[in-house]
Design a protein around this ligand. Sequence first.
Ligand code: ATP
Ligand code: MG
Length: 416
Amino acid sequence: MARIETPKRIRGTQDIFGDEQRRFARVLEAFEKVRRLYAFQRVDIPVFEETQVFARSIGETTDVVSKEMYSFEDRGGDSVTLRPEFTAGICRAYLTEGWQQYTPLKLVTSGAVFRYERPQKGRYRQFHQIDAEVIGAAEPAADVELLAFADQLLNELGIAEGVTLQLNTLGDAETRDAWRGALVSHFEKHRGDLSEDSVVRLDKNPMRILDSKDPRDRPIADAAPDIDAHLTSEAGAFFEAVTKGLDAAGVKWTRNSRLVRGLDYYRHTAFEFVTDRLGAQGTVLAGGRYDGLIEALGGPHTPGVGWAAGVERLAMLLEEPAASVLDVIVAVEDDQAIGIGHRSLRTLRDAGFSAEMIATGSPRKRFDKASKVMAKVLVSINVVEDRFVINTRSVPGTLEAERVTALLSAVLEAVR
Ligand code: ATP
Ligand code: MG
């Protein structure tokens, strides 16, 4: 018979199991906990959108739109794209679902996002983001709140040590135009030494050259004029309010005047939480203020600020998470007691205990098997002289044993 070839996992995708799964769960649980503390509400949005949602809001000249999108024509001939990030889809929903009536909105979401990139450690084609956005708040307090949220999340995960918040301002429209002019004249002087990509950026979106990872561009980018000389007094005051707020909230930050976000409508605050523990994939969380995005989607002028973090990168930074411990393991040492076993499990689980039973294989070996399971309480169920007998043994110092014994005694009472 011809051998059937096993299908492969698609390059850049992941099957998340065991230790990795526990790490993922820890990131998502911490995110859920902290978003409650900050009173952000959860939304879920589609995995795919009309291509123009991303093209218009992320910008045609960005790597994400020009090289990394999973776009295809559906059977009806419409161009759709798997979401490469969340902000664009959330802003689309804000406009199409009438969420304007609830502004200011503090939202979070999480899930899979898709980018056609070269896979490597910490870089996948299907990866996962957690995302937080404040829509409809123009004041610097919103930026502070969002950054405090991110900072507290890293604390909650125990990874704040070794992760630095780098902060910059991109100013207001006037500031950006003036700075853009200064950047263009600087880069024009070095046009011949720039990478091909950056020559294209110079004509379309010169600020993005600062963001280039190409070693040919780095010295030229590092020598570029920074924004400070061009900051209007309003933009300067906004940045100062953000930094003062962060200091007051106890959020540590450093200035990185080279930090830019790829997109044209980014204004004021731009930031990244960076670590050197992940090699080239050192940015774990990034975001900024995008006061022009909703207009780019055809909506009314609406301020917004947000961030996204890679779940994989956060998970990689975690300490080895403890393997999960069961509350109760039940060894059913006599097949006649299987019914009691099922009933006991249900009773324990109804009372909120995690529980499993061992009721297969040689009855004499079941107790041994059960004692090897990581559990706080071990229960054995036996039949002695036609009576069911339950024994409980617990890890010293655990409080559950008494409750478990009481619950299971009641089970026995009920069947007598
Ligand atoms: P990078 O410079 O690493 O490509 P980016 O600027 O494209 O990052 P953002 O668009 O700001 O990243 O996305 C937010 C976060 O999502 C990043 O800080 C990172 O943690 C994560 N991320 C981005 N791309 C990937 C990927 N391909 N695989 C895994 N995580 C990613
Ligand atoms: Mg990228």
